[in-house]
Design a binder for this molecule. Structure first.
Ligand code: IDC
Length: 446
């Protein structure tokens, strides 16, 4: 018998093991963007998979500056996975400011040495690259120049930085280098070209075929200018940035000119706000932009994954969640942009949240009880009843029931109770709540 039971345990183990393998393999069948496409290359104006030869379009999210606390808390596998699984995001851009906010080249008011600031920033980049890699997402390392205006200003730091990065990530199929976010302040295309012609060979020496993104004059708007005199390297794309409440038809015209001239473009940053990141949203113009980009299979990245109180942020101002955001954790911009991502990538958005309870009735029955009857909500697993002697539900009690009627006991005679009910639904181990019914009251007379 003993022998048998050991044997039995072994069989059980084998069965469990097989089930585990079966499950893990079904999980990996839904393959990630990087599993499907591998390394990328540029062909004509398109981004293409080196593996399949198919055109690839990235729908990405840019971090805010990874230099400070409205940016770096979201560099994690959990955050990126939420974006990937719930909002159809297949790429991340890690925006590292060179001057603002403890910049890589100008630490500003940071109390640490410049070398410490740099080490911290490189550590954050590595966390981001590893998380994206684990999740099969593409990832841009962005040298986020802005107040420094011309990439020439910190060219020697950029040389060192990209040498180190390209050496470290040479074997990664998913890493993309963006060498200068937004040249501005009158920086000419020929200045940018001279910088690019310095940095690109440094990256190429370590990583011969990585895709490299080059900024264009006037805050990366002048792709038309770049298209008249492109760089002489393969696998290069040029940046166009837009903020739809500011940049509209005339800027789309610049894109059309650039494409007509054969320039490969990537929108590594866009917003539905004004160019300042604040102000009003303009979703009808944003829709025109995304339609044009989708038509041309141009990749785009939304600015920014942050809870900073500004229109451009994808998260609700001040939300403390650093991953697992449901729609209610997103800002108006986040809801619109990530909703577009889901729709445009063909993802069906299923809302597990049950409907609001439309009505309830209360009846005081003998022995200080109240019978609560709830109008049935389809798909609800059950109902949560909340009651209190305070109108504001102070010190409220809650009970759950899977039935549409429930009797609350042990109430206090002579008191008035306020009651509201919401439906809940259990899906994949999570509980989703609907909205509460309106409040009803009942006096305990018997
Ligand atoms: C903005 C941030 C904002 C920050 C500001 C200055 O959203 O919180 O205070 O930078 O550092 C860009 C830039 C990007 C800007 C963004 C919105 O690449 O750094 O971020 N924007 O102004 N180009 C056009 C708009």
């Amino acid at each position: 018998m003993k022998q048998w039971s050991i044997f039995g345990k072994k069989i059980l183990f084998v069965i469990c093991f097989c089930i585990a393998v079966a499950f893990s393999s079904t999980e990996t069948q839904a393959s990630t963007a990087v599993e499907t496409n591998g390394a990328l290359k540029v062909e004509g104006t398109k981004l293409v998979s080196q593996k399949t030869g198919q055109e690839v379009q990235l729908r990405g999210v840019s971090t805010h500056g990874i230099n400070w606390d409205v940016g770096y808390p979201y560099i994690s596998k959990a955050a990126f996975q939420t974006l990937r699984d719930d909002y159809s995001v297949n790429a991340i851009r890690l925006a590292m400011y060179t001057t603002e906010y403890y910049g890589y080249c100008d630490k500003g008011s940071a109390g640490e040495s410049q070398a410490t600031v740099q080490a911290t920033l490189k550590q954050r980049i590595d966390t981001g690259v590893q998380a994206a890699t684990d999740l099969g997402m593409y990832v841009i390392i962005d040298w986020h120049i802005l107040n420094d205006k011309t990439p020439k200003k910190y060219q020697s730091e950029a040389k060192k930085f990209f040498k180190e990065m390209s050496k470290k990530y040479a074997g990664y199929d998913n890493v993309i280098y963006e060498i200068c976010n937004e040249p501005n302040g009158g920086t000419s295309w020929s200045d940018i070209k001279s910088y690019a012609n310095t940095i690109i060979p440094i990256i190429r020496a370590n990583d011969s075929d990585a895709v490299i993104i080059v900024g264009t004059p006037t805050w990366s708007q002048d792709v038309d200018v770049a298209s008249q005199s492109p760089l002489k390297y393969d696998n290069i794309m040029y940046t166009l940035h837009f903020y739809s409440a500011t940049h509209q038809d005339s800027y789309r015209q610049k894109l059309k000119t650039a494409l007509n001239n054969g320039l490969p473009v990537m929108v590594t940053e866009f917003g539905v706000s004004e160019a300042s990141g604040a102000g009003s949203m303009n979703t009808s113009e944003a829709k025109k932009w995304l339609d044009l980009l989708d038509e041309n299979k141009i990749s785009y990245f939304a600015w920014s994954l942050s809870n900073k109180a500004e229109t451009a942020s994808l998260l609700k101002a001040g939300t403390s969640k650093t991953s697992g955001w449901s729609k209610s954790d997103l800002s108006a911009t986040g809801k619109w942009v990530l909703g577009q991502y889901n729709t445009r990538s063909g993802k069906k958005t299923t809302s597990y949240k049950p409907a609001k309870v439309s009505s309830i009735t209360l009846k005081n029955v003998k022995s200080k009880k109240v019978k609560v009857t709830v109008k049935k909500v389809s798909n609800a697993t059950g109902y949560q009843i909340k009651y209190s002697t305070s109108k504001k539900f102070k010190k409220a009690k809650t009970v759950k029931t899977t039935k549409t009627s429930y009797t609350i006991k042990k109430l206090k005679k002579g008191k008035t109770y306020y009651v509201k009910v919401r439906a809940y639904r259990k899906m994949n181990g999570k509980t989703y709540y609907g909205s509460y019914s309106s409040v009803k009251k009942v006096k305990i007379k018997k």
